[in-house]
Design a protein around this ligand. Sequence first.
Ligand SMILES: [Zn+2]
Length: 422
Amino acid sequence: MKFLSWICFALMLASCTSGGKGPDKGVSFALPDLSGIYPYVENSAYSTQLKSCANISTGAASCQLSKLPLIGMEFDQPTVEQIMQRVLVSHDWMGLRFQEYLNEAPPEILTLFKATSAIVIASNIRPSFFLSYSGAIYLDSYFFWLNNEEKATVTKSSDYRSSFGQYLPFKLRTRNLINNEFAYTYPSLNGNEERPLEDIIISTSRVILHELAHANDCVQTQNMVNISDDQSYYSLLNSQKSDGQCAYQKLTDFSPLNSDIWKSLGRVLFHGFEETADQISMSPRSAGETFGADDALDFYSYSTEREDTAISFEVLMLKKLFNVDLDVYVVPSYTVDSCDIQVSWGERGRLAKPSVYARAEFVSDMMFPGMDLDTLYQSLPATFDIPEGSSSCTRDFSQTASAAMKVMKSEPFYPYEEIPIL
Ligand SMILES: [Zn+2]
């Protein structure tokens, strides 16, 4: 509680709007101090206004699109070089690495950058986020380090939501796998481990796809020639919203999430509201089954309709571009994490459920029209129920029962750590 109170105090000082912690208030995200960022490419077309348009904290400060257009208002198929001209960093290595990442990234991701105005990578950003005032995405530099020197500049502060839901009797977990192996790992910032570029491609694509989904939510890239530059980005967003043009609005009309139990858990887990007595007495299994009966892909879908939309796109695109399958599972609360922690409820590949896929397809069709999503759907492996009581370390369930027991004992333990997004 002490830590959480400190966070609330800090947030009140920083934003004067969150109102602190309480059953009716929750805790809001405070923007990081980005006064130290600078354009990575000097003397590019927008380098003089890039920072003043990205480092803002109100809608009133939103730049006119004539001053800083969205990338797609200028380029129909932006190149790595054109995207790099919109990059702001706190340290040079972050710009270099982002460029190296873009050179390896699938072309679909370059196209999705059309809906952004700038990309900010800074040592003190956590979690990564999209800002509706600027149209920029702000990325945690954790995703980009390769060596110890770079790692030493990345913040070690935890996500502001890390203690939310601490009195619930269960914890939620997700993991992204390819053929039963981790699609990526998140090495500790305290260790000496270094990593090659190829190790960060999928984890970085995940966070970028997520933040780009927010950018593409209300401003979709196929309509960009019609956008007037005689308005601020924030006005554009608001007029799209009042016209009901945002993907999250259309998704909510098309297929809303229905679980009131999970909407209420979402307020606790992602917005810092206090747990209710009912929530504290809910069994881990029942929490999981209730989740499973609705159509969300991930627990985080219950944060907001916008997050639900972004997750739907992120999960489908990770499957399409990298063959990643998402596991979602619930475990009882614990104090020390280990392979002895047993799964209370879990599913692999919820994307294959028809009603779940329909939502992801709906959103993805809007954000990236023209993809062959029928073929993707036909190729999905059926959703798999992770057996109740299996070790939380077990990833390969294809063994016979006795072999699976052996696998359980020998699976390596990785400390569970999720680098969060907003
Ligand atoms: Zn998000």
